[in-house]
Design a protein around this ligand. Structure first.
Ligand SMILES: Cc1cc2nc3c(=O)[nH]c(=O)nc-3n(C[C@H](O)[C@H](O)[C@H](O)COP(=O)(O)O)c2cc1C
Length: 187
């Protein structure tokens, strides 16, 4: 359990922040991975991403290729939903957020320095993600460019947490647009 019915809203908030921070730091933590939902052209689009940082000002940071579909979708509609799930603690975290994309700026350059040589090729493919190819190896060719590396920042607008509990499920919402007002919700 992440929290119980007797915890105060402030305690739950602090526990949640702590757990999200651990997610960004510990590769084994379930919050290391998030599902990003964007508004697509025909369908809602979802995919798994690695949480690279959860900053002190509560922003979620991920890395991606600037040529990817998700970046195009974010440029059209910067509103997203993020989803985290902790199977052991039986907790689901849903976030509504506003995205900003950083390519070839100070932030992107600072994060590029943290990407290991081994992982850099993931952002250096000659062909952009999603390009149709005849065989898998056609997609492995890379260049030494890092101009496609992008950092996407998600600034949360609201965070909703569902704690499954045999005694009764608990659902709480934090509204960050109104000074972090919180309320219980019917699960
Ligand atoms: C466990 C896991 C972690 C992933 N992490 C990332 C990531 O951090 N950044 C990324 O761009 N894609 C990541 N991917 C790939 C994406 O899920 C997705 O397939 C890819 O980014 C293309 O998405 P798009 O076409 O919607 O832009 C990951 C996939 C898995 C399965």
């Amino acid at each position: 359990m992440l929290f119980s019915a007797t915890d105060s809203h402030a305690e739950i908030w602090q526990t949640l922040l702590h757990e999200l921070q651990r997610g960004a730091l510990d590769p084994k933590h379930p919050f290391r991975y998030l599902t990003l939902a964007t508004v697509g052209n025909q369908f809602p689009q979802v995919r798994t991403l690695v949480l690279r940082q959860f900053s002190a000002d509560l922003e979620f940071l991920v890395y991606t290729d600037a040529r990817s579909s998700k970046v195009k979708e974010l440029l059209d509609v910067p509103r997203v939903s993020l989803l985290f799930y902790h199977p052991k603690k039986q907790v689901q975290v849903r976030v509504h957020a506003h995205a900003t994309i950083h390519v070839e700026d100070e932030l992107a350059r600072a994060h590029w320095k943290r990407v290991s040589d081994k992982r850099r090729s993931e952002y250096q493919s000659k062909l952009g993600p999603g390009t149709r190819i005849g065989s898998p190896s056609s997609g492995w060719e890379s260049s030494s460019e890092h101009s496609n590396f992008s950092v996407v920042k998600f600034a949360p607008l609201s965070i909703e947490v569902l704690q499954l509990d045999r005694e009764g499920h608990l659902r709480i919402q934090f509204d960050l647009t109104s000074g972090c007002q919180s309320t219980w919700l019917v699960p």
